[in-house]
Design a protein around this ligand. Structure first.
Ligand code: NDP
Length: 788
């Protein structure tokens, strides 16, 4: 056979190596040794560690391990720069971001080659995906800087942001963090991952070159300890972290009670669902990208294949055939599909996980062919014959390992897809758009790709549900993560709740029949599990009633009822609005009685509070069908529908003051957005809420949508915080208990809002708007391709 005919037959590619010369020259120019970039200056290298090329094992450079003193110097520099940077006009800040984008493009090949050498990812990916997306991110955020005041009129930047990123997309994660932070007027200290600091250091040079004011961007390199010094630093106002769920939880615990802003982009175990009517060849190509992009070291990797049983055999056979053509090797070769893993330790970790999975019954397929003799390489692997409990199905592997399972019905696909503690991304493959769009809202994940995978864009928010974290990066949501309300700085400590002493004897008013206020769970009034009651006293200590003393079991029952009622989220917004209006109407009808009850408990005339409560229900009834999403137009033939979804089950612990409004102002936005609620009303004055049961029952509120447990606010809040069936928790109370709530919420990383002992005047109409609506919701971006 002649050579050309042979090439046609094998379709082999020749080598197409990218030269490392320029990147090596840049490293040499720095003597292959780097300090930090702090306050616009390069520090002398301190104690260093080696950054190695994982494809060759060779050391590329020595990187300084940042100390607590280095972090402190960077925080001082960032603080010093904040005033000037945040005072610049949006246009001025935008021009710097624009200049950075331009500079990244001008040096794009140097960035791409350096990234590939440092990280091991194929040059095809760093050149065609990572670096172009970096530039796009800075361009996009130049626009946000300029339009900030118009789009976020009452918002101010946090101040100094500490940003910690992982090694899998070093420069891209840097861009996702730095671009929105700077656009919003913050200054930053960024720590790259120890394995991959080089492009962040090259980026620091770009900052110098574009004349970015000193101290606006500070790069402190180092290991986990440097990250800890950042998260613990009292001078930092917001932490933005991307990395593993374990470290994310540790950071949640460290920042609890500090008032620091926090966004967490964590791990995933994303499902890749293929229905029997899918275009199989396209679905297989998509799957190759989903799991073998960046060697599977991708937080949103489609690592769990769920394929409909009727096509399973055909699909797996084709997939294996396609896997045989994947080329593993030198990442600087432009025709390589799979490059090097980040480090030997990661290779060992994956091999260990594989051993465990196999011991539990998994079967592993790997295509033939040899791996390069040296370097951190792994073959692509397909794992079958697994149950949902197998380690390889449950754990994030963060490597080139695909786990395959099958399903019979769409319901089963959804159930399997959601059977994970993570919720970052999902892919749905079907030629039936009705089916795909039916499934997408049912998947608990922050991003859903239909007939595509791994689409990213600066205009489209990215981030997780459940233990994949909270907060979004990109788009409007990403910008709002770097801003806070201007009025927050004026908040003052809440006055201590008055606790009256019970009068001796203290009989209840005997002119009425005894009223026993119970719990309200699943639409029924039920006795407290404890069998204990709590006295409700007025200001003078006179007994005005008794309520059940709720405990852990009552909360568990209430959460179970609230979970069973989650269908509330798919009740049309119009219907939810009607029910909230109806609640308002029925409350208004009995306003005198409620006003009298407020007076009896607090001594204050309750008429105004009842009127405000009715108005607040009206306000959020009005919002129910208006606070909705957007459609983004990313630069490809697709739209991304940013859908606003409820958190799920919300625990709400009302403040001691304003017995009725304090609860209504918090539950109304949660309910309007489709959450179900477990409410703990004011511990001092709970009778306004136990009176509300009858209003709820006459207002068509489905059973389980509102559950009310009376008792001690702090101990009930703790139970709610520790409960994995609670997705979000709002707590109005003192600073110490707020810290406890945030700390106890780490187990399932539920989203929290706490008042930290500050006085939020819930009567203020500023709370009629998006402040609580935003906190009651999360955004899911569904990518829908179009075109024939
Ligand atoms: P890690 O969580 O180990 O590290 C992430 C960063 O945090 C690194 O810079 C690390 O430093 C630093 N760090 C480690 N310990 C601490 C600590 N106690 N306090 C503060 N900072 C600390 O994750 P990996 O680097 O191993 O990255 C892989 C993980 O990241 C995966 O779970 C993946 O899913 C997730 N990820 C999530 C993404 C998302 O957008 N949701 C995107 C990319 C990755 P150092 O490494 O230098 O020791």
């Amino acid at each position: 056979m002649n050579k050309i005919a042979q090439i046609f037959k094998t379709l082999d590619y020749g080598p197409a190596p990218e030269g490392p010369e320029q990147a090596n020259a840049w490293l040499d120019a720095h003597d292959r040794k780097f300090g930090h970039f702090i306050d616009g200056q390069w520090t002398k290298p301190g104690k260093t560690f080696s950054s190695d090329n994982p494809a060759t094992g060779e050391s590329l450079a020595q990187i300084t391990d940042g100390t607590a003193e280095d972090v402190d110097a960077a925080v001082k520099a960032a603080r010093g720069a904040f005033k000037g940077w945040s005072a610049l006009s949006g246009y001025e800040r935008g021009k710097y971001l624009y200049a950075i984008a331009r500079a990244v493009q001008k040096h794009s090949r140097l960035f791409a080659v350096l990234e590939t050498m440092d990280n091991g990812k194929p040059i095809r990916e760093s050149r065609d995906i990572d670096i172009p997306l970096v530039a796009r991110h800075f361009y996009h955020h130049a626009g946000w800087a300029q339009h900030l005041n118009r789009e976020f009129p009452d918002a101010v930047p946090y101040g100094v942001c500490g940003q910690i990123i992982p090694w899998n997309f070093p420069l891209l994660m840097l861009a996702w963090k730095i671009a929105p932070a700077l656009a919003a007027g913050n200054t930053v200290i960024l720590k790259p991952a120890e394995f991959t600091s080089l492009t962040a250091l090259l980026f620091a040079e770009i900052c110098e070159r574009v004349g970015l004011p000193k101290g606006v961007v500070n790069i402190v390199t180092g290991e986990g300890g440097t990250g800890q010094a950042i998260t613990a630093h009292a001078g930092i106002d917001k932490i933005a972290f991307t990395g593993s769920t374990d470290v994310g939880k540790a950071i949640r615990a460290v920042t609890a009670g500090t008032g620091k802003g926090l966004s967490l982009e964590l791990g995933g175990k994303s499902p890749y669902i293929v229905f029997e009517d899918a275009d199989i060849d396209s679905a297989i190509e998509g799957l190759i990208d989903a799991i073998w992009f960046n060697q599977g070291q991708v937080c949103c990797a489609g690592s769990r294949l769920l394929v409909q049983e009727s096509i399973e055999t055909r699909f797996i056979t084709k997939l294996k055939k396609r896997m045989e053509t994947l080329r593993v090797g030198d990442p600087l070769d432009k025709s390589i599909d799979i490059g090097a893993m980040i480090a030997p330790i990661q290779v060992e970790r994956i091999k260990d996980l594989m051993k465990r999975g196999v011991a539990e019954g998994a079967e592993v397929y790997e295509p033939d062919g040899a791996l390069p003799a040296k370097g951190c390489f792994l073959k692509p692997a397909l794992v079958t014959n697994v149950s949902p409990a197998n380690t390889l199905v449950a754990e994030e592997i963060f490597g080139p390992v695909l786990v395959a399972m099958s399903f019979r019905t769409p319901e089963e696909a959804v159930q399997l897809a959601n059977n994970t503690k993570y919720g970052l991304a999902a892919t749905i493959w079907s030629e039936n758009i009705n089916l795909a769009l039916d499934i997408a809202p049912q998947i608990k994940a922050g991003v859903v790709w239909i007939n595509g995978t791994n689409n990213f864009d600066a205009a489209v928010g990215f981030g997780g549900y459940k233990e994949s974290g909270f907060g979004r990066e990109g788009g409007r949501e990403g910008m709002s993560a770097y801003l806070k309300p201007a009025w927050e700085k004026d908040l003052r400590p809440a006055p201590a709740a008055k606790v009256a002493e019970a009068k001796a004897g203290n009989p209840l008013d005997a002119s009425h029949l005894d009223q026993t206020a119970k719990m309200y769970i699943g639409g029924k009034q039920s006795r407290p599990d404890s069998g204990y009651s709590r006295a409700v006293l007025d200001n003078s200590g006179k007994l005005v009633g008794e309520v059940g003393d709720g405990n852990r079991k009552d909360i568990r029952n209430a959460v179970e009822a609230a979970r069973a009622a989650l269908g509330w989220a798919s009740t049309p917004a119009h219907t939810r609005a009607q029910i909230l209006y109806f609640l308002a109407e029925n409350l208004d009808y009995r306003r005198d009685e409620f006003a009298a009850r407020i007076k009896a408990q607090t001594g204050h005339d309750g008429a105004e509070e009842v009127a405000l409560s009715v108005e607040r229900l009206f306000a959020f009834a009005g919002w129910a069908d208006k606070y909705d999403g957007a459609v983004h137009n990313p630069p490809l033939r697709a739209v991304a529908a940013a859908m606003i979804e409820p958190l799920g089950v919300m625990g709400i612990v009302a403040p001691p003051s304003r017995p009725l409004l304090g609860s209504i102002a918090l539950i109304a936005p949660a309910l309007a957005m489709g959450n179900t609620v477990v409410l703990v009303p004011s511990a001092q004055s709970p009778l306004s809420l136990t009176d509300l049961y009858q209003v709820i029952e006459t207002s068509d509120v489905p059973n389980g949508v509102i559950n009310i447990v009376t008792g001690d606010s702090v101990s009930l809040a703790k139970t709610l915080a520790e409960h994995d069936g609670v997705d979000g928790l709002w707590f109005a109370g003192n600073a110490e208990a707020s810290t406890m709530v945030e700390k106890a919420s780490t187990s399932n990383l539920k989203q929290t809002w706490t008042s930290r002992g500050l006085y939020y005047d819930l009567a203020d109409r500023r709370f009629e708007g998006d402040y609580f609506l935003g906190k009651a919701t999360q955004v899911k971006n569904v990518w829908i391709p179009y075109g024939a």
